[in-house]
Design a protein around this ligand. Structure first.
Ligand code: PLP
Length: 385
């Protein structure tokens, strides 16, 4: 059931791509820890010749990811960044990319510090008004890159409007869907050509694996990506694919709880006297709440907030007091994490640039986990006291 719309999300999370093992009947996909496969005569084999090209454990995962994103094709990579690397390698020197300006730091780094040197030009623009994209399209534009919600400001970009502009201009639209997961948002259904995931985050969900994925309905694009996957070789190993397959089986349950806890934490913070602003797309007062309501099924567990006492010291004091919101990079695991963008993930962005997008010195980002909400609120209470 690769592209079966017959089943709902939770059923697909458990069953899609996963068949009892043809050799043994094992219900769970075995970890095919092999680099190569027997050939009965030269070039004759059972569909697998070398694990860089394909491996049965990876294949099950790729089918599962494709099914979750309502896609015909899925491709997995050694990391989210390796997936991004593959997308940009479909371009040629002289091509132009229009990208969200409020972008995951690693994506910004590979665009500007690797691919710019290969003659690909990147334009980082404000997409809060998605119609803004159109002004920046030239005959050299080949790709629009959208991340929504953005990190760490939780801005929402209108995927449908971006997709309409892309179609009209004959340009591909890729959406980094890491923050939302396919449980909350399905960019291909909204008109995007390609979806990218850091599986490292919510999809694997247990902070124990690094992996990335791409999904598309475009056969030609899928073939190009499969070629790059094989030719460049940034593929994940079968053990890691098994871990992600296991994680996916509870994706819908985890996401439901992430959303419930996210709403609880956002509302608690909003009413706290020491908190200045809370950035979460679920609030009616969020500038693009209407678009979020239209394109997302719920609002997720990623929240940023700033303090009335706007300083690094004030934020640090709270971060040090947390008992449950562990201070660490990354997000999307079952456990709650906290981060300080100004000194951690976004430290390489100059302060003036940070201030422009509202990323203040006191901004704290939370990845709200699936613990008991009352305990999370209690931890926030004691840390803010
Ligand atoms: C983590 C992340 C990436 C990069 O993925 P890795 O698996 O760490 O390589 C890309 N985009 C977003 C939004 C992320 O959060």
């Amino acid at each position: 059931m690769s592209k079966s719309n017959k089943y709902r999300f939770g059923t697909k999370a458990i069953h899609a791509g996963v068949e009892p093992d043809s050799a043994t009947g094992a219900i769970m996909t075995p970890i095919y820890q092999t680099s190569t496969y027997v050939q009965s005569s030269p070039g004759e084999h059972k569909g697998y010749d070398y694990s860089r090209s394909q491996n049965p454990t990876r294949e099950a995962l790729e089918k599962s990811i494709a099914a979750l994103e309502n896609a015909d094709y899925g491709h997995c990579f050694a990391s989210g960044l390796a997936a991004i690397d593959a997308v940009i390698k479909t371009l040629k020197p002289g091509d132009e990319v229009i990208s969200t300006n409020d972008l995951y730091g690693g994506t910004y780094r590979i665009f500007t510090q690797i691919f710019q040197d290969f003659g690909i030009h990147f334009h980082f623009i404000d997409m809060l008004e998605a119609s803004n994209i159109e002004k920046h399209i030239t005959e050299k534009t080949k790709l629009i890159w959208v991340e929504t919600p953005t990190n760490p400001m939780m801005n929402i970009i209108d995927i449908k409007t971006a997709a309409n502009i892309a179609k009209k201009s004959n340009v591909l639209l890729c959406v980094d869907n890491t923050f939302s997961t396919p449980y909350l948002q399905n960019p291909l259904d909204l008109g995007a050509d390609l979806v990218m995931h850091s599986l490292t985050k919510y999809i694997a969900g247990h902070s124990d694996v690094i992996m990335g994925a791409l999904a598309t309905n475009n056969k030609e694009l899928s073939e190009k990506l499969a070629f790059i996957q094989k030719a460049s070789g940034a593929v994940p190993g079968p053990q890691d694919c098994f871990l992600v397959l296991r994680g996916i089986k509870t994706l819908h349950l985890r996401m439901q709880r992430h959303c419930e806890n996210g709403a609880g934490v956002a509302n608690f913070l909003k009413s706290h006297p020491k908190v200045d602003k809370v950035f979460w797309p679920g609030f009616k007062s969020h500038p693009n709440h209407d678009i979020a309501s239209r394109q997302m099924h719920d609002f997720g567990g990623m929240i940023s907030f700033s303090l009335k006492e706007n300083s690094v010291a004030a934020a640090t004091e709270i971060l040090k007091k947390f008992e449950l919101f562990t201070l660490a990079e990354s997000l999307g695991g079952v456990e709650s994490l906290s981060g300080h963008p100004a000194t951690m993930t976004h430290a390489s962005i100059p302060k003036a640039e940070r201030d422009k997008i509202g990323l203040s010195d006191s901004l704290i980002r939370l990845s709200v986990g699936v613990e008991d909400l009352e305990d999370l609120i209690q931890d926030l209470k004691q840390a803010l006291s």
